[in-house]
Write a new protein. Structure first.
Length: 266
């Protein structure tokens, strides 16, 4: 499934500081899904809801700048090295990843599960670091993987510590995207808030995928401003609800406390 394509509001259009051409170019890069190597101008136009002539000019510009590559034989575009370079530079500045990785590896091996660190991108969480145990059966999501914000332990943990206005805005967007499932999603988010208040972590037992269980805990970045979240998850048959609640949830809370202590903010 390709990324969420932003629909710009009238307020955006009236904002004199908002550059529509730049925004459209960046949105075009989001049209590529994780399992899609090539897309045509027609496919990009359909996904972005932009006129094909506009898409053609944007893809030409992005190709010239190295953010897209064009295949003459296929008549299609793929993401270029420029996109990877930007992502790598972003990750290289996130020192929290380097600090947390040994602790994540330790917990992953103890739990025989996966432990990941993620940041919010629109209505999703994107993995910026991930550690798997030596177990044969585990979640295989790597850096760059996207998971929903509102139905996962990691996403709910982040929602718990966002400013109220930002949290309400995001949840309203979730509601607009899936009115039919909203009552169930809302109940899960509210339970997450209660779990975080009572225990310091959130749980997701089959809410995102029926066979996946996880716990999540928020963490502040090294600058103290960016909020991210950890999760520890795996197959439901290995991670029972009781183990999440009594063992792995408290262990993940302890991991974040160890990080805060190392940074002198414990």
């Amino acid at each position: 499934m390709h990324d969420e394509i932003e629909v710009f509001s009238d307020d955006d259009a009236k904002d004199r500081q908002f550059v529509n051409a730049l925004a459209r170019g960046l949105e075009l890069l989001r049209c590529f899904g994780p399992d899609e190597v090539y897309l045509t101008n027609a496919e990009l136009a359909k996904r972005s809801s932009l006129p094909k002539p506009t898409v053609s000019r944007l893809t030409h510009t992005l190709t010239t700048l190295g953010y897209l590559n064009y295949s003459e034989s296929l008549g299609k575009y793929q993401l270029g090295a420029g996109v990877l370079a930007l992502g790598y530079r972003m990750l290289s500045t996130m020192d929290l990843r380097k600090l947390a990785r040994p602790l994540m590896e330790e917990l992953a091996e103890y739990a025989q599960a996966s432990v990941s660190l993620g940041a919010r991108d629109r209505l999703s969480m994107v993995y910026v670091e991930s550690c798997r145990s030596s177990a044969n059966v585990t979640l295989r999501l790597d850096v760059g993987a996207r998971i929903p914000m509102a139905t996962t332990a990691m996403g709910k943990a982040l929602l718990c510590v966002l400013p109220e206005a930002e949290r309400n805005y995001l949840l309203d967007r979730v509601r607009q995207r899936d009115e039919a499932s909203w009552p169930q999603i809302k109940a899960g988010v509210e339970q997450g808030f209660k779990d975080y208040q009572d225990r310091g972590f959130c749980m997701s037992a089959g809410e995102w995928q029926g066979d996946v269980h996880a716990v999540g805990v928020p963490v502040r970045g090294l600058d103290g401003e960016q909020v991210m979240a950890f999760n520890c998850g795996g197959p439901a048959f290995l991670l029972s609800h009781a183990r999440l609640e009594e063992d792995l949830g408290p262990k993940l809370v302890q991991l974040v406390r160890r990080i805060d202590t190392i940074l002198g903010r414990g």
